[in-house]
Design a protein around this ligand. Sequence first.
Ligand SMILES: Cc1ncc(COP(=O)(O)O)c(C=O)c1O
Ligand SMILES: N[C@@H](CCCC[NH3+])C(=O)O
Length: 415
Amino acid sequence: MSAEFTYQNGELFAENVALSDIAGTFGSPTYVYSRRHIETAYRNYTDALAGMDHQVCYAVKANSNIGVLNVLARLGAGFDIVSAGELARVLAAGGDAKRVVFSGVGKTEDEMAEALKAGIGCFNVESSSELERLNRVAGSLKLLAPVSIRVNPDVDAQTHPYISTGLRDNKFGIDIKEAPQVYARARDLEHINVIGVDCHIGSQLTDVSPFLDALDRVLLLIDELAGLGISISHLDLGGGLGVKYRDETPPTPAAYIGAIRERLGERKVKLLFEPGRSLVANAGVLLTKVEYLKHNEHKNFAIIDAAMNDMLRPALYSAWMDLLPVRPREGGANAYDVVGPVCETGDFLAKDRELVIEEGDLLALASAGAYGFTMSSNYNSRGRAAEVMVDGDQVHLIRARESLADLMLGEQLLP
Ligand SMILES: Cc1ncc(COP(=O)(O)O)c(C=O)c1O
Ligand SMILES: N[C@@H](CCCC[NH3+])C(=O)O
């Protein structure tokens, strides 16, 4: 957790606001974000990049609420998007299209056209077919598409296999060995303007060495391209820097970027990053209430009002996320499996946690600001949670809790 979530007089606060007050006003489950945390995390990157030509492009998929995007847009952030939906959010939040990079292996023609018309800064192209398609779409609009090729450097990010993206077996990017041919083809295409190289090797990395291995391979490619007369002015190293959920010790942005600067030496490139998790994970908690306590011979269950549809990470990756009582109690703890109301055995948010709790108590699931709400669903016809942003002693509702009418929006009876 972060410095913005602290116990004050025996209860948990977000900045200067008691979480119990937020639950009183907005109910639960509710995602609670700290504006100050997001701003500090962003500045940790930009401060480390001072003096270099750079752009930090926040990975919208981590948390795409327009209130969150707006906080970053006001700081001058760029954005990494993977769909027309994310582009629409960035523009609605006041983001600058020129600072947008568009990643993803499956861009449709319509998405390309939308992004070209908006004037985005760069397409991170992930296959030869995509390159040809982008050239055609740009041609039909009489536009020139700025392009980076996303290369797959085949390095092991040493993270969970579901969130590792830079291995040859992963679907992402173009095999770095084939990249020179793709660049040569791109150079010859009339509506493509090759500006850069991009790579993103995975998420929740807690060591700099895989990043540096990838960088070494990308720098060799840049040199090889220079030999072919293709000059690269934009180097996008993706996102992936990890955060502390439990006892991980990820490098700080300063240490990570310091190591990269050292490796780059005198090269003159604009450096781009696409951090998601490291900007927002520890900016948020999921506030939830204990509905029932249930005991059997072998187990104690705490049944809460948040579920896997609100926060999928524990069910999907067996992710461990800290769980904190909003008003800690004295007394003997019991070990609980903390589960939601969804009809799946995999519906748990925490297992085997020592807690002193009673029915009606509030809990805060920590580090929930990234890949929480954005991966939520309406499974079991549960309305999605409210989202609020705390700013000092102010609380702003940035997404209302979904109503029963919202759940059936767009659905119709047969005639
Ligand atoms: C292309 C790309 N860029 C950036 C990110 C953001 O990653 P992270 O949240 O780990 O910083 C991802 C997700 O892993 C991604 O796929
Ligand atoms: N959703 C993942 C991260 C995926 C990264 C997407 N490129 C998580 O919660 O850890």
